[in-house]
Design a protein around this ligand. Structure first.
Ligand SMILES: [Zn+2]
Length: 247
């Protein structure tokens, strides 16, 4: 029963962050107009908005104009509930479950914004820090297993490595390599995973970013001077760490 509730809540949250990211990155109000097709602008009926189910019934196409619905919507609607359930089943502590689910949700949302607009606002970064503060408070009062210093080492490791790579790129390319937003995001993420976990997250992010980036350029999907979004790779690193190590 509890698993079913987690799946349903996960589906709703996935759908909510997809809509919010779509609207925020295009400067559309969150409330108005009601959901519409990106291609033919026709207003969508409530039964075309059921996560996963509608995508499957419609074969991934708009009911009216048959334009393809981006595959990533289905991917996120499958990924978010699955990860929630995985964390619930594998992490003994209920607060860890809430904290990690929160982190994954915000990162997935920010990944979509990063891909669509390359712009992350301070409100989004603030949402990440809200999670980090919650983590430290819960650790301090002893509701999660590890102590405050474990988490602070994670933040410091993230900060040190990102500053180091910043400096190296600055020295080689003689220009500022990334936005201050990226600089703020890293420690707020690695704080969740301690020293070793911070390394896993950042190494996974760098390696996957490098290979996927090269592949995208080779296959002509993006141009050589394309500004690669960083947050999707950080999110990939976080998913790896959660799946493999942090039980
Ligand atoms: Zn349409």
């Amino acid at each position: 029963m509890i698993i079913l509730i987690i799946v349903l809540v996960g589906l709703c949250i996935a759908s909510f962050i997809e809509t919010t990211a779509y609207r925020v990155s295009r400067g559309i109000s969150l409330i108005h107009p009601p959901s519409f097709c990106d291609s033919c602008q026709k207003r969508l009926k409530i039964y075309d908005l059921i996560p996963v189910v509608s995508y499957a019934i419609l074969g991934g196409k708009c009911r009216y104009c048959k334009a393809k619905i981006p595959f990533r919507y289905l991917l996120i609607e499958l990924l978010i509930p699955s990860l929630y359930v995985f964390i619930y089943l594998n992490y003994k502590n209920i607060y860890s479950f809430f904290l990690l689910s929160y982190l994954l949700t915000i990162l997935t949302y920010m990944s979509m914004l990063d891909i669509d607009s390359g712009y992350i606002s301070f409100i989004d970064i603030g949402l990440l820090y809200l999670g980090s503060i919650g983590l430290i408070v819960l650790s301090y009062i002893g509701l999660i297993p590890k102590g405050v210093s474990f988490y602070l080492y994670g933040a410091l490791t993230g900060l040190a490595l990102i500053l180091l790579s910043f400096l190296i790129i600055l020295l080689i390319k003689k220009k500022i390599p990334m936005g201050t937003g990226d600089l703020l995001v890293i420690p707020a993420v690695t704080i969740f995973f301690g020293f070793r976990g911070a390394l896993t997250v950042l190494i996974t992010a760098s390696v996957s970013g490098l290979f996927i980036g090269i592949a995208l350029i080779l296959f002509g999907v993006v141009k050589r001077n394309y500004k690669f979004p960083m947050i999707p790779y950080i999110t990939l690193g976080v998913i790896m760490e959660i799946l493999l190590f942090q039980h």
